[in-house]
Ligand binder design. Structure first.
Ligand SMILES: CC(=O)N[C@H]1[C@@H](OP(=O)(O)OP(=O)(O)OC[C@H]2O[C@@H](n3ccc(=O)[nH]c3=O)[C@H](O)[C@@H]2O)O[C@H](CO)[C@@H](O)[C@@H]1O
Ligand SMILES: C=C(OP(=O)(O)O)C(=O)O
Length: 425
């Protein structure tokens, strides 16, 4: 197992290229199961989650070739059966349910295991599939989903107690594209990754309108075909580098991020500006430079479904606010238990009290290095950010979390001037 040594105090400057979105790539890779024709997906980040999805597709019978960011998939003859051994490692593997039932009229998929960021049920995914005529039986931790005569269009409201569901919306869209008749999804998730999946499906020949709004309509079609598609930039990786620039960037030159989407970065941009940092986009909105402010101040954050502030940026902003003067309050309404990074950051000298889904941060503390444990993907990014500003060498253990979703994060930070080394434990 690897660990990261982050020697804090270096100033970051230069340009970083943002990778394709992990959270857009995962459902898009799963959606290639909807056709026997070849799909080429470009700018798929080379991270363990996308490689894991490729292993799942291969285990189901698809032929997959990967050459750096380009993945070529032909799902000619596929199996409906995804046992525990192949789904257990990644929760996002549940997005194979929709395409399998749509194409084969049946799917056996093991329930994903627990998740450290909180309770993550799949009731809304199942509600969506049931609305389209699927019968679902649970047995021995497996979901057996059958639609003997195929799926049919219907209406379904996917609102849960924490708001809409991203992968649940994806699953229902993927199920509905080959269903007979029209499907309406109410309270759909509006995240850019949902829109990217809808764009991909439409290029395959699907008829989806309204993606990016709370109501999505899908007119079922008989068949989908292969496509050549490029996934959107990763707004969470970009947001993480924006935080790095605000925390450790050169005050004169800042850090430039290339291959971003300005619209998708709005919530992170607004909070950085409110906290006193400078964020400037080029005219096309595809590149931005973040320069740390002279007198940054604390801000309050409440996570919410898109276009609100993303829960996937909560840990990184908590890290930024821990070293920013003033009191900040950060509430995660989507995953109220997603604060494991705070205990580790406290070991580095941060002053954060977490209670009932809310962190109260007494900011402006000088951080000092400590050995810390990454507990999940974004928590590990938050610890790297803290390490960049800490005095001494921070050791970050359990690096497999960060490798799930950040392509070469250590190399990218080193290119910007950070002193980071990956070593064997
Ligand atoms: C691979 C991927 O894209 N992952 C993202 C996706 O996860 P994912 O799609 O799994 O997250 P959801 O949008 O489904 O979760 C939102 C909320 O709904 C609840 N819920 C969800 C499903 C369900 O059937 N019942 C239910 O109650 C969840 O517990 C959570 O409180 O969106 C999350 C919320 O933006 C992000 O943090 C994840 O990074
Ligand atoms: C929580 C995340 O991913 P997943 O839903 O796959 O756990 C994430 O990308 O921050």
């Amino acid at each position: 197992m690897d660990k990261l040594l982050v020697r804090g105090g270096n100033t970051l400057q230069g340009t970083v290229h943002i990778s394709g979105s992990k959270n857009a790539s995962l459902p898009i890779l799963a959606a290639t199961l909807l056709t026997g024709e070849t799909c080429i997906i470009r700018r798929v980040p080379d991270v363990s989650d996308t490689n894991y999805m490729i292993q799942i597709l291969t285990a189901l019978g698809a032929e997959v070739e990967r050459s750096s960011g380009t993945v070529r998939i032909t799902a000619g003859t596929i199996s409906h059966d995804a046992p525990y051994d192949i789904v257990r490692k990644m929760r996002a593997s549940i997005c194979i349910m929709g395409p399998l039932v749509a194409r084969l009229h049946k799917a056996s998929v093991s329930l994903p295991g627990g998740c450290v960021i909180g309770d993550r049920p799949v009731d809304l995914h199942l509600k969506g599939l049931e609305a389209l005529g699927a019968n679902i039986d649970m047995e021995g931790g497996n979901m057996h989903i059958v639609a003997e005569n195929g799926l049919h269009g219907d209406e379904c409201d996917l609102r849960g107690k924490h708001g809409p569901t991203v992968l649940g919306t994806d699953n229902m869209m993927m199920a509905a594209v080959l269903a007979k008749g029209k499907t309406v999804i109410e309270s759909a998730a509006c995240e850019p990754e949902v829109v990217d999946l809808a764009n991909f499906l439409n290029q395959m020949g699907a008829k989806i309108t309204g993606a990016g709004t709370r109501r999505i309509e899908i007119e079922g079609v008989e068949k989908l075909h292969g496509v050549d598609y490029t996934v959107i930039p990763d707004r969470i990786e970009a947001g993480t580098f924006m935080c790095a620039a605000a925390m450790a960037g050169c005050p004169e030159k800042g850090v430039t991020l290339n291959r971003v989407c300005q619209e998708d970065l709005k919530p992170s941009t607004e909070k950085l500006i409110e906290a006193g940092h400078r964020v400037e986009f080029n005219e096309q909105g595809t590149s931005c430079t973040v320069t740390p402010g002279a007198a940054p101040k604390g801000v309050n954050i409440v996570t919410a479904p898109f276009p609100g502030f993303p829960t996937d940026m909560q840990a990184q902003f908590t890290s930024l606010l821990a070293v920013t003067d003033g009191i900040s309050v950060v509430e995660d309404t989507i995953f109220p238990q997603r604060f494991m990074h705070c205990a580790e950051m406290s070991r580095m000298g941060a002053d954060i009290k977490v209670d009932n889904g809310t962190a109260v941060i007494q900011g402006g503390k000088k951080l000092s290095a400590a050995p810390v444990m990454a507990s999940d993907l974004r928590a590990s990014a938050a610890l790297v950010l803290s390490g960049l500003c800490a005095e001494g060498t921070t050791e970050i253990h359990r690096l497999y979390h960060i490798d799930r979703g950040y392509e070469n994060i250590d190399d990218k930070l080193v290119m910007l001037g950070a002193d980071i080394e990956r070593v064997k434990e």
